[in-house]
Design a protein around this ligand. Structure first.
Ligand code: R5P
Length: 292
């Protein structure tokens, strides 16, 4: 069947979010199916042919490379019959690799941008891209949607005890300020440093904060192995804060990350549904719909 006007294609990694988005946009919905061959290759199929404007929705959490190649395949297939293809990639992988940190490193963010362009995407929509500096590699419009206001509103309703918002690193200090403003409270940021050779993390002496008896909301764009949050929670516990909560946009929670974070003293992790999982408490389909 040919589907005209506006169509949303839901990749296998983001079906629920894609369906929610299609409903919000009153668009046709095509569910992509995928078969993984024994060698790891993906066979992607769509039942109907999209026409007009098509939106391909897929986050690229683990298995990262498989989800990414599936997204490329969907965009390429949609481009055969659509007038325009927009890639909605709520969590876009490889955006941490936006610089040659050590000599010889590949800037994979730029490679990702080239591939998305090559298969026919004309615009990309991302939620809280890890590094805004990666946007320069995209030879097409990029819309970076912020989930911070929705995360903050969720915490506002929790009525925590004299909360204090802390960014897990200096890069997220502006987002922590925005979050704190919505809660009507203060914020700060930890000075997290990663050794580029060993990957080891250290929290350097950060700005003075009096956290005694206060609930802390630790904010970050993403949690992968949980190493950053564990270090941060250990640091904050020493300041005699009350409960520690974590708010993040993308909860990859690789392996036993959630257990490690809880063991480090975090009471609750709240994430958006850019990546499906147990910690999801915020649906981003409405902010994605607005951005389209
Ligand atoms: C790094 O700058 C990011 O904002 C995250 O803090 C980091 O990628 C999380 O990774 P992990 O959970 O493995 O520490």
């Amino acid at each position: 069947m040919i589907m005209a006007n506006l169509t949303v294609i839901g990749g296998s990694a983001s079906q629920t979010l894609a369906k929610n988005l299609a409903n919000k946009l009153d668009a046709n919905y095509i569910k992509a199916s995928v078969r993984i061959f024994p060698d790891g290759e993906s066979k992607v199929t769509i039942g109907n042919k999209p026409a007009g404007k098509t939106i391909v929705v897929q986050s690229t959490h683990p298995p990262v490379d498989s989800n990414f190649i599936q997204t490329l395949s969907l965009i390429s297939k949609a481009r055969e019959t659509s007038s325009q293809v927009i890639a909605v990639m709520p969590y876009l992988c490889y955006m941490r690799q936006d610089k040659e940190f050590l000599p010889g490193e590949v800037i994979t963010s730029a490679v990702i941008a080239k591939m998305l362009r090559a298969v026919g995407a004309s615009k990309i929509v991302i939620v809280d891209i890890h590094s805004k500096s990666a946007i320069k590699y995209f030879d097409m419009p990029v819309r970076n949607v912020s989930a911070v206001p929705k995360l903050a509103m969720f915490f506002k309703k929790m009525k925590l005890k004299n909360p204090f918002v802390i960014a897990a690193d200096l890069f997220w200090a502006p987002q922590a300020r925005q979050f704190a403003k919505i809660l009507g409270t203060e914020s700060s940021a930890l000075n997290k440093q990663r050794n580029r050779k060993t990957g080891n993390l250290e929290i350097k002496k950060s700005q003075k904060m009096n956290l005694v008896g206060r609930d802390v909301i630790l904010v970050d764009d993403m949690i992968s192995t949980g190493g950053s949050i564990v270090k941060a929670a250990e640091y904050l516990k020493k300041q005699n804060c009350r409960n520690i909560y974590v708010a993040c946009t993308h909860a990859l929670l690789v392996g036993d990350a959630e257990k490690k974070i809880k063991n480090a003293g975090v009471l609750r992790i709240i994430s958006t549904n850019t990546i499906p999982g147990k910690t999801n408490a915020i649906d981003v389909s409405d902010i994605l719909a607005e951005s389209l």
